[in-house]
Design a protein around this ligand. Structure first.
Ligand code: MN
Ligand code: MN
Length: 295
């Protein structure tokens, strides 16, 4: 097995623990996300060990890659396996990094962290809200991820960035929730252009005050010009710098991260390379934030 580049430490000695979830059973349009964990690992060898932005040498950062979590029957058994893995990582005060697989894996990750009693705010970067109650008869479809997560952490503890596609069911749900006074933060790429990313991040910072943040990156949140190899591409998306700014700004509060929905059969290679970039950015920025706060 190819491990992620510069993941040179044992589980015991590591702070960052990478795990892959080659799952794409509920993918609805283009499939092949099961190949993504290994493609992202291969793409990670594209880079120098030094992360350019902050000059951190990842060879000196305690990273472990535990490989892929095995084969699954249905979505529930996959979610249980991810929950088990992530709760073990978090219970040992380590930082979980999931390589999807489709977005459904995030339900397991958030379950694993909340099981450890952590008070959580979830930020999702995604072209879609993923707030359907069920999709094609499946409550654990990739299209229902944030709805399931809202049942774990509350809609007020969620922010979704990059949304530019909603179903009528989702629009109705958000309208009702807003009229009840519920506060769910949702920003389209156009909102970010008009408001500016700093203002958006200030709002998220205010809403998440005192809580740890789990960040999930559905690669279709990014514009298909930069990330063409995804299950459900949507034009007019975020640019790669915006995602970079989000990671940098949230880094001191992050407790876990995953990158999902890369579909290698539809990729020209660049989506896996960008996904590997963000894994490296999360690792180096979180490490920098920890180190800086202790210094
Ligand atoms: Mn998604
Ligand atoms: Mn999506």
């Amino acid at each position: 097995m190819t491990t992620f580049a510069d993941a040179l430490f044992t589980f015991f000695d590591a702070y960052f623990v990478i795990y892959g979830v080659p799952y794409d059973r509920s993918a609805s349009f283009r499939v092949g996300q099961r190949f993504a964990p290994d493609e992202i690992r291969k793409a990670s060898y594209n880079y120098e060990s030094i992360f350019f932005k902050n000059k951190i040498d990842l060879r000196n950062v305690p990273i472990h890659d535990m490989g892929n979590i095995g084969e699954f029957g249905d979505s529930l058994s996959m979610i249980e396996a991810v929950e088990f893995t992530v709760s073990k990582i978090v219970s040992e005060n380590k930082f979980p990094i999931g390589l999807g697989g489709e977005h459904t894996i995030t339900v397991g990750a958030v379950k694993g962290i909340t099981k450890e009693g952590k008070d959580l705010f979830v930020v999702s970067i995604d072209a879609h809200a993923d707030f359907r109650d069920e999709y094609l008869g499946d409550k654990y479809s990739h299209a229902c991820v944030m709805k399931r997560i809202s049942e774990l952490v509350g809609t007020e503890n969620i922010a979704i960035i990059g949304v530019r596609s909603l179903s009528s069911e989702e629009i109705e749900f958000f309208d009702k929730a807003t009229s009840r006074g519920a506060n769910l933060l949702m920003y389209s790429p156009l909102d970010i252009r008009t408001l500016g990313m700093h203002r958006v991040l200030n709002e998220i910072e205010r809403a998440s005050k005192g809580k740890l943040i789990y960040l999930t990156l559905d690669m279709d949140g990014i514009d298909p010009a930069y990330a063409p190899g995804v299950g459900t591409p949507e034009p007019l998306g975020l640019d790669p710098y915006t995602v970079s700014m989000i990671i940098e700004r949230l880094s001191s509060k992050l407790i876990g991260f995953d990158v999902v929905e890369v579909a290698p059969p539809y990729d020209n290679g660049i989506t896996s390379i960008l996904a590997a970039y963000y894994v490296r950015e999360v690792i180096s920025e979180v490490w920098r934030a920890r180190y800086a706060s202790k210094a």
